[in-house]
Design a protein around this ligand. Structure first.
Ligand SMILES: O=c1ccn([C@@H]2O[C@H](COP(=O)(O)OP(=O)(O)O[C@H]3O[C@H](CO)[C@@H](O)[C@H](O)[C@H]3O)[C@@H](O)[C@H]2O)c(=O)[nH]1
Length: 460
């Protein structure tokens, strides 16, 4: 705790997990806290997995000199998972014992620590040992949180065995969750990273001082209400919706937008599957065919490998010469990192073909851009379900999980036409944008939630 003009300031340290899907909400939260007169120390696991993460960190610290950066040098470890981001999460966790000296060297002493839900089991025992109140930032939806918090209990009962027969999961007093929404690794008998992570982290998150979640009350009213009313766990930690976490100024580059500038309002479809999802080569090509046949204008971000450092191929090699030429007639196609916020906030952009990574969902809500959902992995079907129910977009459930089927260009084109031509969806998404802005605006639900937390932290 420190003082400014005689008033107490809270001092908060943040420790994010691996990948832009986890780093971005932590950076946005740090920026938001600074704007609320909170002193922030940002702990950066070093090295990062992707170049994009290290670039985002450099830009961030250059823009926020008042935020103290502390590098957390990770142990050298063998990669033991097929997914580099999962390996890195393991590495951060196994380096956890290096945190105490780093934390005790921080001045003034910390009021609160905030970490990611994927790191809770390594961090919370350490921070509890030094009586440091620790919160978890849940970077996915509140609906996904219902599954996350109840998973150990489900795994300990017959619920997961019965799912093959019943086709649904029953989480205490909640509406039944169809098996088709649940990430398949969570239902496998064999051990895997996600299952292990849900088992280990969930219990520790339950013992945290509270959970912050990047969503807002009117968007996920039911899930938030059920968690806080004790209908998921008998005694849940308090869950506070603080989203959508707004982008900070230096996230905007305004570099790539010339192509969009002369396009009619709402006429362009933005196509991206987030920071770590590469479609199979044949699916990428069918998607290209679909985009052309849809007749829509588009900006398409092609991703060919999970980690950017490993992608040495040229765009033309990935999508083929002929398709490349045809695509150029109607669209802008890129194979590098784009500033998604620049694109989604551009008036020409009216639709988003998205995998429904939760940050992308919140960014679409923030900008009032309708989603055509094409979830691929993990939490993304649960998120797509939220999107569809609230009226932010449409979802073709039959497209399945990544790699389950090859979705034809013809089918993709038809769905794009439907989504982009849906006037009522356009109007609904504008209403959601208003609600999103209200939630974080002065006196809004997320604003109030964060304000209350900060005043409590000042007392710690
Ligand atoms: O070229 C790009 C690609 C992505 N982004 C940004 O990167 C973030 C990506 O996050 P998200 O949309 O959530 O997707 P993933 O990168 O796939 O995120 C991972 O983390 C999320 C949060 O836990 C989960 O919901 C996802 O399923 C998981 O894959 C967003 O802020 C995007 O705006 C860009 O700015 N430019």
């Amino acid at each position: 705790m420190s003082t400014s003009g005689g008033r107490k300031l809270a001092h908060v340290a943040l420790l994010p997990s691996a990948g832009m899907g986890h780093l971005t909400p932590f950076l946005r939260l740090a920026a938001l806290l600074v704007s609320r007169n909170v002193q922030v120390t940002f702990i950066t696991p070093h090295p990062t997995v992707s170049l994009t993460e290290s670039r985002a960190l450099s830009t961030f610290f250059a823009s926020f000199p008042q935020i103290k950066q502390k590098q957390f040098h990770l142990l050298q470890a063998e990669k033991n998972s097929f997914d580099p981001f999962f390996s890195h999460i393991e590495l951060i966790k196994s380096s956890g014992h290096l945190l105490p000296p780093l934390l005790s060297a921080l001045t003034p002493s910390l009021s609160v620590f905030i970490t990611d839900m994927t790191l809770a089991s390594a961090v919370i025992p350490i921070t509890q040992a030094i009586s440091l109140p620790t919160y978890v930032l849940f970077t996915s939806s509140a609906k996904m949180m219902t599954l996350f918090l109840s998973y150990p209990a489900l795994a300990g009962s017959r619920a997961l065995d019965d799912v093959e027969e019943t086709g649904v999961i029953k989480i205490r007093n909640l509406e039944l969750m169809p098996k088709s929404l649940v990430p398949p690794p969570l239902l496998q008998k064999s051990d895997n990273f996600l299952k292990k992570s849900f088992m280990e982290e969930s219990g520790k998150v339950i013992g945290s001082s509270g959970i912050l979640v990047n969503t807002f009350a009117s968007f996920e009213f039911e899930s938030l209400g059920k968690i806080n009313d004790g209908e998921v766990l008998e005694r849940p930690p308090s869950v506070v919706a603080i989203g959508p976490l707004p982008p900070y100024d230096s996230e905007k580059s305004r570099l790539q937008l010339a192509w969009l500038d002369d396009k009619p309002a709402g006429s362009v479809l933005y196509v991206s599957f987030g920071s770590r999802t590469a479609l199979a080569r044949d699916q990428i090509r069918e998607l290209g065919v679909g985009l052309i046949k849809s007749g829509s204008r588009f900006v398409w971000v092609v991703k060919n490998s999970i980690v950017d450092k490993e992608d040495g191929q040229e765009l033309e090699e990935v999508i083929g010469h002929e398709l490349m030429e045809r695509v150029k007639e109607k669209g802008l196609i890129v194979k590098s990192w784009v500033q998604q916020e620049d694109i989604l906030s551009h008036p020409a952009v009216g639709g988003f073909l998205s995998h429904c990574g939760w940050n992308s969902v919140m960014e679409a809500a923030w900008n009032g851009v309708r989603i055509l959902a094409w979830p691929q992995n993990g939490d993304q079907k649960v998120n797509a379900d939220v999107v569809e129910r609230i009226g932010l977009g449409t979802w073709v459930r039959s497209w399945g999980w990544s790699g389950e089927m090859l979705v034809s260009g013809e089918e993709i084109a038809e769905r794009i036409r439907e989504c982009m031509g849906d006037e009522s969806l356009r109007i609904q998404t504008l209403g959601i944008k208003e609600d999103a802005r209200k939630a974080v605006g002065f006196g809004g639900s997320s604003d109030k939630g964060l304000t209350e937390l900060i005043s409590m932290w000042k007392q710690f």
